[in-house]
Every structure is written in structure tokens, then in C-alpha cells.
Write a protein that binds this ligand. Structure first.
Ligand code: TMP
Length: 205
């Protein structure tokens, strides 16, 4: 039984999720809310160890092993961190959650979506977000950023993988309850205002 609110920030890498998550934490804190900001993969010591395995460019991780490592990290993080914070009535802001596995391992790697949904359910014990905000930048900006900034194992994937994953997000937003798309090309201030507007619309605040 949860009493808090669970918000997830999603989208391809470098879309400004972390900046916006930090801004939101600050705004909510100033407004008197008790907030937990956390991220996947990671957020607990065990989950952070799994994150290192997943993101190390030196590792060759098979697609199914990759999925299960993300799910193992998710299971640990959800039970150890998210569920207790929600039980305390906190607003939990989590960078990435189940939709990332659907976008990256499903649309990107081509693993069957039914399998991923089952794995997501096992990892989360059925906990779903009250609101998922998907940050998506335009194609031009996405590719330009990719040229210069990508460095970890997932980010170094070729354009084909990253384009499939990105298109996947567009479809996932339509299929997922309580999920909305945010235009990540706008200014930091404009995006922050939009985020707050969605929190009000979805009765998170
Ligand atoms: P981050 O850079 O946003 O912290 O995420 C690490 C990378 O892991 C990022 O490239 C997305 C990827 N990822 C997946 O492929 N599947 C998942 O389920 C999650 C949570 C992240």
C-alpha cells in the first residue's frame, strides 16, 4: 500500500532528464514536499554495482543478460528504495524505470515485448508510476548530440539501435497509462514549467 506519488523521467540519453529532475526536486522541496530523487540503473549499493557492469564499454553483454541485469538492478532498487519512500508519503522522482527496458532492450535490441513486460513485472512487483514524463528532442539535435557526447556502452551503440529505441519511446508513450511526451528542444525554464503543469494535471501536486 503506497501513499506517496511516483514520477518517472524517461527518454533517450542526453535529453536533459537529470537537469529537469534536479530542478523539480528543488521546486517541490521549496513548496514543502518530501521528495526522493533517484535513478536507474543504480540508486542502491548493489544496483550501482550492476550499473558498472552494464555501462562498462569493455564488457560484452548478451541482450538477454543485459535485460536481466537491468531487471535485477530494478528489483533491488524498487524494493530497497522506492517502495519504502512511497510508504513514507514521499514524492519519488526516478530517472528511468520499466519503459527504458521496453525502449532499449525491446525496440532497440529486438527482445520480445511480452518477455520484457513479464520481467518488468517480476522486478517491480507490479508497481507502476503515477506519471511518466518522456523527454524527446528532435532528430537533428539528437544525432548532433550523439556525435560529440556519447561515451558509455549503451550510448556507443550504432545509430540504428538508437533510432529504433527513440521511435520506440514515441509508441510507448501512446500505449502507457499516465505517460506524456515532453519536447526536450525547449529551454530549461520552459520545460520545467511544463513538468510542473503535468504534475498538477495528473494530481501529483
Ligand atoms: P543513464 O545514462 O540514463 O543513467 O542510463 C544508463 C544507460 O542504460 C542508458 O543508455 C539507458 C540504458 N538502460 C537500458 O538500456 N535499459 C534499462 O532498463 C535502463 C534502466 C537503462
Amino acid at each position: 500500500m503506497t501513499t506517496g506519488k511516483f514520477i518517472v523521467f524517461e527518454g533517450p540519453d542526453r535529453g536533459g532528464k537529470s537537469t529537469q529532475a534536479n530542478l523539480l526536486r528543488q521546486s517541490l522541496h521549496e513548496a514543502g514536499y518530501s521528495v526522493l530523487l533517484t535513478r536507474e540503473p543504480g540508486g542502491t549499493p548493489v544496483a550501482e554495482s550492476i550499473r558498472k557492469i552494464l555501462l562498462d564499454p569493455a564488457n560484452r553483454v548478451t541482450p538477454r543478460a543485459e535485460l536481466l541485469l537491468y531487471e535485477a538492478s530494478r528489483a533491488q532498487h524498487t524494493e530497497e528504495k522506492i517502495v519504502p519512500a512511497l510508504a513514507e508519503g514521499k514524492i519519488v522522482i526516478c530517472e528511468r524505470y520499466t519503459m527504458s527496458s521496453c525502449a532499449y532492450q525491446g525496440y532497440g535490441r529486438g527482445i520480445d515485448m511480452e518477455l520484457i513486460n513479464t520481467a518488468n513485472n517480476i522486478a517491480t512487483n507490479g508497481l507502476t508510476p503515477d506519471l511518466t514524463l518522456v523527454f524527446l528532442m528532435s532528430d537533428k539535435y539528437f544525432l548532433k548530440r550523439g556525435e560529440y557526447l556519447f561515451s558509455d556502452r549503451l550510448e556507443l551503440e550504432k545509430d540504428e539501435f538508437r533510432n529504433k529505441m527513440r521511435q520506440g519511446y514515441k509508441e510507448l508513450v501512446k500505449k502507457t497509462p499516465n505517460a506524456v511526451l515532453i519536447d526536450a528542444d525547449n529551454t530549461v525554464e520552459e520545460i520545467h514549467a511544463k513538468v510542473l503543469a503535468y504534475l498538477r494535471e495528473f494530481k501529483v501536486i
